[in-house]
Design a protein around this ligand. Structure first.
Ligand SMILES: Cc1cc2nc3c(=O)[nH]c(=O)nc-3n(C[C@H](O)[C@H](O)[C@H](O)COP(=O)(O)O)c2cc1C
Length: 224
């Protein structure tokens, strides 16, 4: 069960260096590699082991164009929220989807009915099905990094648009559109940080001890 030091470093390296990517080359991704990413996803944890996911692989140019249109429509609608804040132009300039560029897009869905009425552990917190799908997606993201592939998570869309375009039944939730491909432009920091939109917060103030709001810190000046 233990990792060699090299393997351990590899895990942390992937976690640290995995990035959300928007710019892709057009060269295709081998089906065997896609399969590996999907196996990584399928090995994710899930509440009551319900495995609520499905994966729709999209490579057809026309379909990708329609998906990209749905995303762009939402991006323009969202821009209204930044009107007058000084961030509107920056938001519209941010590249938020690589769907047209990436050779493949994967729609990851969640079936809340899988496993029947009483999925172990899901009665108390129903959204644990979505949490499970998120864990699967993170596994894919890390596997993509390990394989030298780039992945971008697109969530700017109306779910009904995506259900219509991909013929997804009404009770199935299209959780994510993932752009997958190769890139020549792998940033060393989050793109939103590079574009001065948001920065990674300091970790220590986010960690509490015993009660909400009671600081836990490893910073020397706070130590007794
Ligand atoms: C649930 C979720 C939804 C996201 N949706 C979008 C999106 O619609 N468009 C986008 O540009 N990035 C999206 N992202 C990517 C984030 O912007 C990105 O993860 C964040 O800026 C941190 O950068 P990093 O992933 O490179 O560390 C999403 C990420 C998550 C986890």
């Amino acid at each position: 069960m233990t990792l060699t030091p090299e393997e351990k470093n590899g895990v942390y390296k992937a976690i640290r260096n995995r990035r959300d990517i928007r710019t892709f080359r057009s060269d295709p991704v081998a089906p065997e590699l896609l399969r590996k990413l999907l196996e990584a996803a399928h090995n994710g944890p899930s509440v009551g082991f319900m495995q609520p996911w499905n994966f729709i692989l999209i490579e057809e140019a026309e379909l990708k164009r329609e998906l990209a249109q749905a995303v762009d429509k939402e991006r323009r609608a969202l821009a209204i929220h930044y009107e007058g804040t000084g961030r509107e132009t920056k938001f519209l300039e941010l590249k938020i989807a690589g769907i047209l560029e990436a050779p493949v897009t994967i729609c990851v869905t969640c079936d809340p009915t899988r496993g029947g009425d009483h999925v172990l552990g899901r009665n108390s917190i129903p959204e644990t099905d979505l949490m499970s799908v998120s864990c699967a997606i993170q596994n894919m993201w890390l596997a993509a990094y390990a394989e030298g592939l780039a992945m971008g998570w697109v969530s700017f869309y109306k779910k009904r648009d995506i259900q219509r375009l991909l013929a997804i039944p009404p009770h199935i939730d299209p959780v994510a559109l993932l752009s997958i491909g190769y890139t020549d432009d792998y940033p060393d920091r989050p793109l939103l940080e590079i574009h001065d939109w948001e920065r990674r917060r300091a970790l220590d103030p986010l960690i509490f001890k015993e009660r909400w709001g009671q600081s836990w810190t490893t910073m020397p000046e706070e130590e007794a």
